[in-house]
Design a protein around this ligand. Structure first.
Ligand code: GLN
Length: 242
């Protein structure tokens, strides 16, 4: 009897220990997998989350000795999830902005981007000035959304760039504002659409962590430094983007 109790106690101890251990060893990364080539759903199963950011996140997890867990959520919920402790890090092609820096800490910039304007074939805008007052579709909560709001009161926002592009294809808006690399990806194979780089400012992507999580931030930056020094960062650029 005593033996059974002791055995049970031991098992419970082992299980509890194991549970905590598992939790400690996970790196929970939030993303919005509608942003190819940075993060998207695909692979053999068609349900894998892949992309440039995901490959970097894999390396960050490996270097930290943790198991990578990806949580796919709406782009505009990512910083909220971070602050609620639901995720440890955001890897979502997220531009470092002063507004976001009030609610999260960012890694070193790891990618330079800019906005791209998608229109119907034959319709072109040669400056942002010409977009003033137009109907513009964007992804909710993105920098494209913010810029569009400054240009017009007629902004249609969606949970993905894909839906914004559908709106344009359906003739409901004049243009879509979206980050250049994903925008090019979205219009590939759609000859009825065209895109242009106007004079929008450069934007820099960073990985976000909860404010004050300097340990995680140091780990992310160390992995980024290492990947830039050993060529694996460039290899990922070639694999996914260039
Ligand atoms: N870089 C843009 C932003 O931070 C878009 C990111 C995204 O849609 N995943 O707002």
């Amino acid at each position: 009897m005593n033996k059974t109790v002791a055995a049970l106690a031991l098992t419970t101890l082992a299980l509890t220990g194991c549970g905590e251990e598992t939790k400690k060893q996970q790196l929970i990364v939030g993303t919005n997998a509608t942003f190819p080539p940075f993060e998207y759903v695909g692979g053999e199963s068609g349900t894998e989350i892949l992309g440039f950011d995901i490959d970097i996140a894999k390396q960050i997890a490996a270097d930290a000795g943790k198991e990578l867990v990806i949580k796919d959520m709406k782009f505009d919920s990512l910083i909220v999830a971070l602050n609620a402790g639901k995720i440890d890090m955001v890897a979502a092609g997220m531009t470092i902005t002063p507004e976001r820096q009030q609610n999260a800490d960012f890694s070193k910039p790891y990618y330079e981007a800019t906005q791209y304007v998608i229109t119907q074939q034959g319709v072109s805008f040669s400056s942002s000035e010409q977009l003033k007052g137009k109907k513009i579709a964007v992804q909710l909560g993105t920098t494209g959304d913010t810029i569009a709001q400054e240009l017009t009161s007629d902004v249609a926002s969606f949970n993905s760039g894909f839906e914004a592009v559908m709106e344009l294809s359906n003739g409901k808006v004049d243009a879509v504002l979206f980050d250049a690399a994903p925008a090019k990806n979205l219009i590939a194979g759609k000859p009825q659409l065209q895109g242009a780089l106007l004079e929008f400012n450069p934007e820099f992507y960073g990985f976000a962590v909860a404010k004050g999580n300097s340990e995680m931030l140091a780990q992310i930056n160390a992995t980024l430094d290492k990947m830039q020094a050993d060529g694996s960062y460039n290899a990922l650029l070639t694999k996914h983007i260039k």
